[in-house]
Design a protein around this ligand. Structure first.
Ligand code: ADP
Length: 216
């Protein structure tokens, strides 16, 4: 069963993903997290990806397809996919692979939030670099006093993501509108089960809504 989380940066995909995984037992596949690990380890892919990510641009498809689609065959039956596909050609590559594996997309959860709220959320966000749990900051100095409650790694560091600066945030929102949003129509045209989720409420309210569409 493949569930896809689609939505602009700051929509809360990662937050909801954690809740879905806890409640419904999925394998969580986040291309953003995978790429950040590559950057951390300064791998060949990480070195290439870093400049694209910091600017808020998409990492070129060839690298992403190599990282994700080529590994899909080995994945278990219950996948929660976050951050992919991010453009039509990635959606086509995913479709091809799923057809080859005789798998389907059970549901695409399309999370909607207005730009003002996205910018507000991302400008006050820090994350645990170990488990990616998000924290809301009252001021940037606050980071020094936060401990991550979720991470098993006690020495983990909480920081503002390199791409959560105003310029990259603006670019990520534009890239979402131009490249990722057309994927919604692509799936609707293919009659894939796509549901619009109003992602402005509390984490629990949104999770309640999302849970209705995850068939166990
Ligand atoms: P967000 O949704 O908050 O922008 P992610 O963690 O999903 O954050 O992604 C961070 C960055 O990683 C993106 O801005 C982009 O540079 C890169 N990235 C993630 N997934 C993909 C993808 N499927 N294709 C290309 N680049 C990607």
């Amino acid at each position: 069963m493949n569930v896809i989380l689609l939505g602009p940066p700051g929509a809360g995909k990662g937050t909801q993903a954690r809740k879905i995984v806890d409640e419904f037992d999925f394998d969580y596949i986040s291309t953003g997290d995978m790429l950040r690990k590559e950057v951390e380890s300064a791998s060949r892919l990480g070195k290439i990806a870093k400049s694209y990510m910091n600017k808020g641009d998409l990492v070129p498809d060839s690298h992403i397809v190599e990282m994700i689609v080529d590994n899909l065959g080995e994945l278990n039956a219950r996948n929660l996919i976050d951050g992919f596909p991010r453009n039509i050609s990635q959606a086509e590559a995913l479709n091809e692979k799923l057809t080859e594996n005789q798998q389907k997309i059970a549901v695409v959860l399309h999370m909607n939030v207005d730009d003002e709220e996205l910018i507000n959320r991302l400008s006050t966000r820090a994350v645990c670099i170990s488990c990616q749990a998000p924290y809301k900051l009252k001021s940037p100095d606050e980071i020094l006093n936060i401990n991550c409650n979720n991470s098993p790694n006690k020495d983990c560091i909480i920081k503002v993501r390199d791409d959560d600066n105003p310029k990259s945030v603006a670019r990520r929102i534009t890239v979402y509108k131009n490249e990722t949003f057309p994927v919604v129509k692509y799936y609707k045209d293919l009659n894939v089960n796509l549901v619009d989720i109003d992602a402005r409420g509390t984490e629990d309210e949104i999770f309640q809504e999302i849970s209705k569409f995850i068939v166990v």
